[in-house]
Design a protein around this ligand. Structure first.
Ligand code: GDP
Length: 297
């Protein structure tokens, strides 16, 4: 499970301080040192850790804490709240239109789980939000990607629009929009092309699609296992496309968690969903408070 080791180490660091009737500068510094090491070992970005520790220190040294009955427990709460703040202060959700056809572009590097996440989100919107969804296969370079989306679409009973590999992604998107309006769909999800690295050609294609479909959301899939690379990739996609949210995938693996903990405060893009398995139902809406609870045990 992701965060296992971070959770364990933070638990130990905080346990020492909860039992203390009084906070001394020395036990406070020991605790902060431990928390700092736990975060760095979980691969959280260095600047994020630095700011985190400064924030905790400032709040923990406040008069309210010093005067309280159990200062240790107040410090634990401060750490909890700061972790939640890192993950996002409120739940972020899809920007679906109240009526008419909403559009969602799924973008991401190859192998991060973009196609799988497209189907998972289609299923989520169909079942939980009662939307009529159309999936569109715009990764036209790889025939396997189209087939994969078609298979996934069948398994969740969501229609998949595809014009094969001979028609460009932008033209496919254009025709899919017409199809969606004709059939009164509520939501069109575009599974776009992935590449191994961010490149000019990919970004141009995605920008053209963005201009055409005017998406209500652009979600980037990032792989939790790639640690701080999440931040680099999110920054690049965000600069070029102004993404509206992130889907963090492969949270069922043993990711250390640093990427997820750093990405929001560095890019200011919220996490909307986490994916935690290969099956179509393995998707959860992201709740920063629940994730903070999980990390702090
Ligand atoms: P794409 O190239 O970005 O479209 O990635 P795919 O959706 O094809 O996924 C790549 C691989 O990762 C596939 O084998 C998926 O089954 C797998 N995968 C996707 N999401 C998850 C996840 O949350 N957990 C795990 N364990 N595997 C996943």
């Amino acid at each position: 499970m992701a965060f296992e080791s971070l959770s364990e180490r933070l638990g130990k660091a905080l346990k020492n301080i909860t039992g203390q009737g009084k906070l001394t500068e020395s036990n406070m510094n020991d605790m902060l040192k431990e928390v700092r090491m736990s975060l760095l070992e979980a691969d959280v970005n260095y600047n994020v850790v630095k700011e985190f520790i400064e924030n905790v220190k400032q709040k923990a040294l406040g008069q309210e804490v010093i005067d309280s009955v159990n200062p240790g427990q107040m410090v634990v709460k401060i750490v909890h709240d700061e972790i939640q703040e890192l993950l996002g202060s409120a739940d972020a959700r899809l920007n679906l239109k109240k009526s008419g056809v909403s559009t969602l572009m799924m973008v991401g590097l190859q192998g991060t789980g973009k196609t799988t996440a497209s189907a998972k989100i289609a299923r989520f919107c169909k079942e939980k939000l009662k939307k009529r969804v159309l999936l569109v296969a715009c990764d036209v370079v790889r025939p396997a990607a189209i087939e994969q989306l078609e298979t996934l679409g069948k398994s969740i009973d969501v229609e998949v629009f595809s014009l094969g590999t001979q028609v460009s992604a932008v033209e496919t998107a254009r025709q899919a929009m017409g199809y969606a309006y004709d059939r009164q769909k509520d939501l069109v999800i575009f599974d776009t092309a992935g590449r191994l690295h961010v490149d000019e050609e990919l970004m141009q294609e995605l920008s053209q699609m963005k201009a055409l479909v005017q998406p209500d959301d652009i979600l980037l899939t990032v792989d939790a296992m790639t640690g701080q690379d999440i931040v680099t990739v999110a920054r690049e996609f965000n600069e070029q496309l102004s993404i509206t949210g992130l889907v963090v995938t492969k949270m069922d693996g043993d990711a250390r968690g640093g990427g997820l903990l750093s990405v929001r405060s560095i890019t200011n893009v919220p996490v909307l969903f986490v994916s935690n398995g290969e099956k179509v139902e393995d998707l959860e809406e992201f709740h920063p408070d629940r994730m903070a609870d999980r990390i702090l045990g």
